[in-house]
Design a protein around this ligand. Structure first.
Ligand code: KG4
Ligand code: ZN
Length: 334
């Protein structure tokens, strides 16, 4: 089975090829980050236009470089949501058009299922059940992944997503967009104990997160600081975020009895988070898995992989004939 994956939910245009025989054959991502640096965030209209300008070229290149003809593809899996509607519709239109002309089967894919299953692309023996920490620019969730296609959310953010908090603090620290990787870089030079930023919702064993107060504390603290203090702010902020994520995960692991933990989404690229999760895993005698750095952020490899898993396991299809900008994981089949 050869699967073509297409991802265009936000500001990355991705195309991938995955086969049952060879695994991930290739994937290509065009990030729009440079387009949005001057705005400090994604502008939906510009994102959609850029997907539309690039997607066919990326698709043709991936096929050509791997000596594969479109007629060899058995299934086209594309991201149907959640995401920006204009961006989603570009991937949807390309997928549906090729499928129609070439008479190829098509499958809409939930973007978050892509992140949840992504570590399995490079770890062939990894399969659910496992606990998943999903940390991206739009989501912060602890998910009980009981089996393929069976996910329940144990906790999630009640305000900002974890990556969003990194990006907002990046802005306060006058770092380039997206702030996450830059804050992490600056944090390496700082003292993470200098400021004791709040760890929200950790007084009782609550699995939800809140990051908006943390960002406000950083803002207030910075009013009396100079630029030479910024590395300490970055380090202390990062320590507070990682501390909360790890604390809540330890509670979720205790409660759920999972022996495997996976962490994915853009923030899973964060080195300090990985170090602390490795420590937690060692302490709790469980295994922890991450996608490689390039598969942490948005990509089509994870979308093709979900297509392959869903097709080969004959899972119930989602009800997503048209792209769904809002599509909670709890309503996968609704
Ligand atoms: O999963 P992703 O590519 O896109 C979404 O679906 O949101 O995640 C992007 C997010 C951004 O907020 C970015 O700042 C953050 O992941 N990020 C990081 C790091 N690398 C990316 N945050 C903290 N540390 C990093 N090393
Ligand atoms: Zn994502």
């Amino acid at each position: 089975m050869l699967v073509l994956g297409i991802e265009s939910s936000c500001d990355e245009t991705g195309v991938a090829l995955y086969s049952d025989k060879d695994g991930l054959i290739d994937h290509s991502v065009n990030s729009q980050v440079d387009l949005f640096k001057e705005y400090g965030g994604v502008i939906p209209e510009i994102a959609a236009r850029d997907h539309s300008n690039k997607i066919i070229k990326i698709l043709k290149n991936v096929l050509k470089e791997n000596d594969i003809e479109i007629d060899q593809v058995d299934l086209i899996a594309y991201t149907a949501g959640p995401g920006l509607i204009g961006s989603l519709m570009i991937g949807e239109t390309v997928a549906k058009t090729i499928a129609k002309i070439k008479n190829i089967e098509i499958m809409p894919v939930h973007h978050l299922e892509g992140h949840i299953l992504a570590p399995g692309i490079e770890n062939k023996s990894l399969r659910p059940p496992y606990l998943c920490l999903l940390v991206s620019g739009g989501h912060t969730q602890i998910i009980d992944c009981n089996d393929y296609g069976q996910y329940s959310i144990l906790g999630e953010t009640i305000d900002d997503a974890c990556g969003e908090a990194f990006d907002k603090v990046g802005k306060l620290l006058r770092l380039e967009y997206p702030g996450g990787p830059k804050v992490a870089e600056l944090a390496k030079k700082g003292d993470c104990k200098r400021f004791n930023f709040p760890r929200a919702l950790t007084k009782s064993k609550n699995l939800n997160f809140s990051f908006s107060g943390l960002k406000t504390s950083v803002l207030y603290e910075m009013e009396s600081l100079k630029e030479t203090d910024y590395a300490d702010v970055a380090a202390s902020f990062q320590a507070a975020v990682v501390d909360v994520l790890v604390t809540k995960l330890s509670w979720a692991l205790e409660e759920s009895n999972h022996r495997k933990l996976i962490c994915s989404g853009g923030v899973a690229a964060n080195e300090m988070l990985r170090e602390q999760l490795d420590k937690l895993a060692k302490k709790m005698e469980i295994d922890v898995y991450y996608p490689s750095l390039e598969l942490c952020t948005d990509n089509a490899a994870m979308i093709a992989y979900v297509g392959y898993i869903r097709k080969s396991k004959n899972l119930e299809g989602y009800d997503a004939k048209f792209s769904k900008p809002r599509w909670p994981l709890g309503e996968l089949y609704a």
